[in-house]
Write a protein that binds this ligand. Sequence first.
Ligand code: XMP
Ligand code: MG
Length: 190
Amino acid sequence: SDATDSGAPHGYADELSAVLIDGATLQAKIAELAAAVAADHHLDTPPLLVCVLKGAVMFVTDFARALPIPAELEFMAVTSYGSATSSSGVVRILKDLDRDITGRRVIIVEDIIDSGLTLSWLLKNLATRGPAAIDVVALLRKPEAVKVDIEVDYVGFDIPNEFVVGYGLDYDERYRDLPFVGLLGEHMYR
Ligand code: XMP
Ligand code: MG
């Protein structure tokens, strides 16, 4: 669809080439993911949702509210060395979890799996801390991700191999505030 009729906040419309997933479609899928996760987690202890900042922040807030079971929230910030639009797999923790996850059921909440390198590193890192289980829920996944052998339990949308922004995802810290996922116009990063 045309970015100009997307309801993009004023000032962004001419920077996006298309809306890839509109807000209503995102919310419907998040409700489905939440129902699927809840069906698999009938537990005594609430799972710990680990939001990977900053990209997953919109997703985790909507996901947690759609989840029909109690859950607790934790936040972790990591950075991957690399260019603005691709990651290297060399990851550094900017903000670690506030608590011990020993014996807890952890659900990593990710915005997007592209090469899968960031998630692969995170899974190994969290596994060393003795959780009871680690599941992964990712809103978006690109086809590249199949090249890394990682098990993603719940995926919202498989998307084309294009740079996307919005709904938490940024280009140089912009566009995170959009309520939909869009394609950045090529003139913005070429
Ligand atoms: P990898 O390649 O390690 O990438 O799976 C994971 C992180 O890279 C960022 N990323 C994107 N950010 N649009 C964005 O705004 C994209 O199309 C995109 N692809 C990857 C993102 O932070 C993700 O967690
Ligand atoms: Mg980013």
